[in-house]
Each structure stands twice: as structure tokens, then as C-alpha cells.
Design a protein around this ligand. Sequence first.
Ligand SMILES: [Cu+2]
Length: 508
Amino acid sequence: MLNNWLFKTQGKPDKGGKEMKKVLLQGSLLGTLMLAGVAAYLILFLQDTGKTYAQENPLQIPTLIDSLEADNNIELAIQDGANEFFAGIKSDTKGFGQSYLGPTIRLYKGETTRLTYRNNLTENTTVHGHGLHVSGRVDGGPQGKILAGQSLSVDLPIVQEAGTSWYHPHYMGKTGEQVHAGLAGLYIIEDENSQSLPLPKAYGVDDIPLIIQDRTFVDGKMKPYKVTHRQILDGLVEETLVINGTVNPYHQAPAGWVRLRLLNASNARFYRFFFTDDAPFYKIATEGGFLNKPVAMTSLSMSPGERNEIMVNLADLTSLSLMAEFLPMDPEDQTWFFENPVQRVIDLRVDTSLPANGTLPSKLNDIAYYQQADIDNAVRRDFTMYMEDEDQELHGHNLLSINNVAMQMDVINEQVKQGDMELWMVKGEMMPHPFHVHGVSFQIITHNGQPPAEADRGWKDTLVVTEEPTEILMRFDHLASQEFPYMYHCHIFEHEESGMMGQFTVTQ
Ligand SMILES: [Cu+2]
């Protein structure tokens, strides 16, 4: 925020505003003190401080649709809704067969499930399977349109290992707005491994989905999606956490291990999660599957689009709260005189009458890590997510882009050959950007120039990249035609829709 204000009042900003900050730091002591005073004043005014509500509500658990019980045939209505985030006050929302969000759909490796989407909206949409290893034809990217009033059926053959993925619209120019209105839901993929591990498995009891979003409420009504030019650059960040559509939730959980499936489904906000008293927990899975072993941690940061599964032990406790620190969009905006807002994600309340059946296994998976030969043989591509300053935009340049090329619906930016190893070096300028690739899970080779931490050595499809290069390695096994290409993009929706996205084909 400080940065943004400086941009607006101190002339033409440099690329990233980094130089401006250096100038500030090098100023005279008096000048610095004066500026710090002004900055503190402005931050008090401008920083969204977070708004917490006193009323506590039981966590809403999205309905579970098991694809096998549904004979692999599931129909979802995409509809307008009037959701009550606060009792008796209706907000204009959208949902899949309900007023806000959609059911959790459980899919099984080795099965093919038919999903039929009925678009009852008065506008076009798409439904993207974020994290699914499926062909471009059924991936639901911007080209997979479901016109207003029409239906679309897709067959999803599940060939990937167990994990937590999600679905949401990806219609160019409407993605941020439609997800914000409520169009998002979870896929839980099961396989033999996930079913045989002694993990907590009682959905909504000790296996708890947490779809984490931030929204603004005015007199109890959700503020509809509308972004300013500034918010396109910063991403839309709002003041109140909403978990599975619930404001200020609590959940009754057994006095033992619980498993939390975290999805950051916010438009743009980055969070750092931790438990009260920094209680230790274990990360067991990244987007594309289980880690080999649980990794002990006390803090976990997540950008939009990312999923992680964590486990925490509630034995001997009466309650434990998961908290979220709202991270600044640019870590360099972190100030020593102002702490970031912290809000409770959920209060887990122990109910000893509930059975505690799950445990934390010492071994979870056997990931086939890519080898040096895979790196040596890989096709290399470089991607820089780029933001130009506002003046250039006025001169007709692309404001947001990847490699200085803004997304265009009729342009294929890259062509990949099926089965090739691909090593992508990705950078993000001005601020951290969550980079997402469709149709695949990748492994991190280096992150910010370093080998990945143990907790990141799993299959991923979204990760935060900065000005330091990050290398990801993957192989595309499914096809994506020119008609239905895959996307790579920033998962800050406001960036994605303003050009920070590209299209690629996978052909034989
Ligand atoms: Cu971005």
C-alpha cells in the first residue's frame, strides 16, 4: 500500500518501485522519520485491517457426491443464488446446485466419470478441473465454453494418484467475478494407496475440507465483484475470511488426528497459516498427491490456487484454532511498525464422543522423482510474468503479460510434444505470482535458485514464483488441441484476466 501511494504521488514509478524504496532508505534521517510518520498514517487509513465477526457459526461442509455411488454420472446445475452468510440477510451469489460453492466430488483412479454441467446463468461460463490430468478438450479452460442456457457433458478419465483438486469457471473476462460469486468446489481423488493408508477418512468429521476465501460484507451483504485499476494490479484482497461459505466457523472434531484439506480459493490473497500457540502440525500432501513422508511444521504459506493437506493431533486438547496471517502482496511492503492482520480460519472444538479413527502414518507415498537424465533431455522454456507500469498502459502497451505477450484467445503461445520432458524456468516480476499449469503435475527442481524444501518435494500444479528463477519439470501425457489448448497463467484472477496467461497445445 505504501508503495502504491508512492507510485501515485511521486511521479512515474520505476519497474517494480524497488528503486523508489532504495531512495527512501537512503534519504536523510529527518526525511526518513517524516516519511515514516506519513506512511504510518496512510497505512492506518489504507491497509485493510481485516474484519472479524463475533457470531460463530458451525462450519458448512459441502455435500459429498461419490462418483461410484452416482454410477459415474453426475449433473451439476450452475445457477444464481441468494446466500445467507448472515442469518436473514441475502447476498447475490452463484453456486453449483446450491446458493454458494458446489459439492465435493469424489473421483477414483481408474474410473471415468461423466460430468454434465447445466448452465442456468444468463451468462457464459466454463468449468475447469484445476489439477486434473485430463485432455484439453475436457479441461474446461477459456475455450471450453458453456453458453448461457446450455449444457455440456465431459468424460473425465482419472489416471492420476490420490489428491485434492478443485473446479471453478475459467471464462476469459469472467473468471474472477464468477469464482468470487461462489462458483468453486472440490474434487477428492482416491486410489488404492489413499484407501489403504490409516489416515482420517470420515468426510466432514475428521477429514475436513476448508475452502478459504476472503470477502467484504456491508451490513451483512457480500460486496459484489468490482475491481478498480489499482486492484487489477494488486489483485482483489478483501477483509473477512469465509470458509466453505461460513463466516467465523467452528467445527466439532474427535480427540485425535484430524486431516484438513486446505484450498486457497481466494481471488488474490496470500496467507500464512498456523495454529494457536504455534502448535506443530504435519503436511502430508501437496496439490498432486501425498508427500513421501509427513513433514513437521508450525507455519505454512499458501497462494491462490494451491492446496495442501495437513494433519494435527487434538488428543488432550479441548480446542485448537487454525489462524491465517494476511500477507502483503509484496513481501518488501512488510513494515517493522505494522503487523499484518491475523484472522481465525476455524476453531476446532474437541468432542470426545466422536470416534478418532485416523492416525499419522510414517510413510505415505513413493514418489518417482525425476532424474538428472530427465533434466538433461528436457525441452527448456522460459516464462516471465511481467507487469508494466501504468504510464505504458496509457500508451497502448500490454499492462500484464507473460514474456511481454498478453493472452489472446486466438493465439497459441507454445507447442509441446506429448511425452516430452519439459523444464520451465519461471519468474515473476514486481511481486510474487502463483504460476499454474493445466493438465499436469510438476516437480520443483529449484525454487528461487535453491533445491526445494522437503515439504515442497511433491507433485504440484501451482506455486509462487518471484524474481529469482524457479525451475519446474513435467511431462504432458494428454493432448490439447489448438481448439482446446491448455493454459499456463498467474492464479491471481485479476492478473490472469488482464493478460498474465498463455495457451499451449500438446500434440503427438
Ligand atoms: Cu500475478
